[in-house]
Design a protein around this ligand. Structure first.
Ligand SMILES: [Fe+2]
Ligand SMILES: [Fe+2]
Length: 197
């Protein structure tokens, strides 16, 4: 919850600035994100899966990962349209390519395990995309890259948590396989942010 709140702070500040253009509904999106994080933190797992094929933790991570892929794909398309720097456009293209692949793999695994497949990013992610889409030019480059830096830091921590605390081996392997790609994305996002400053 703390991590997500920290990530949202710069965007909240931006939203205050943008509020003259008629922004609303920040709190509901934010609350839903926090509730989800709270549910996550409350879970503990002894890796036995309690005679089930997967734990609540596995289920939560896989669904969050699919929502994350949908978020990255929508954001990446936006960056290709609105980015001014080539580094930002290239970051967007890489995120669309890699997260489309990871979406495919995670969806297949969720269907195999009987886990519900989300069809849109989480409410707070949708809100983040709406906020960042209001910027243009250099401002867009800076806010989008910053969002992706913070997002990927959080994604890496969550994937590592699944590797450490998950029960289902396939879900844990999916999380483990994601980490090098997420680290690469973090590097690209940081480089784009450095160029945009
Ligand atoms: Fe992400
Ligand atoms: Fe990524």
């Amino acid at each position: 919850m703390f991590r997500r709140a920290c990530r949202l702070l710069p965007l909240l500040a931006a939203a205050v600035i943008l509020s003259v253009f008629g922004f609303a509904s920040l709190s509901s999106a934010n609350n839903q994100g926090q509730e989800r994080d709270g549910a996550n933190n409350a879970q503990t797992c002894d890796k036995s899966c309690h005679d089930r094929r997967f734990s609540a933790w596995d289920e939560q991570w896989l669904m969050m990962s699919i929502e994350g892929d949908l978020f990255e794909i929508q954001g990446g398309k936006l960056a290709q349209e609105k980015g001014r720097l080539q580094a930002v456009k290239d970051l967007g293209a890489t995120l669309v390519r890699d997260h489309s692949k990871s979406l495919q793999d995670a969806t297949k695994l969720a269907e195999k395990l009987g886990i519900a497949v989300p069809h849109e990013p989480s409410p707070s992610q949708q809100w983040e995309l709406r906020v960042v889409a209001q910027f243009s030019g250099r401002e867009f480059d800076r806010w989008y890259s910053d969002l992706e830096v913070q997002d990927h830091k959080q994604d890496i921590t969550e994937a590592q948590d699944e590797v450490d605390k998950g029960c289902n081996d396939e879900v844990r392997r999916d999380a483990k396989d994601e980490i090098p790609t997420l680290r690469e994305h973090l590097k690209l996002a940081q480089a784009a942010l450095d160029s945009a400053r």
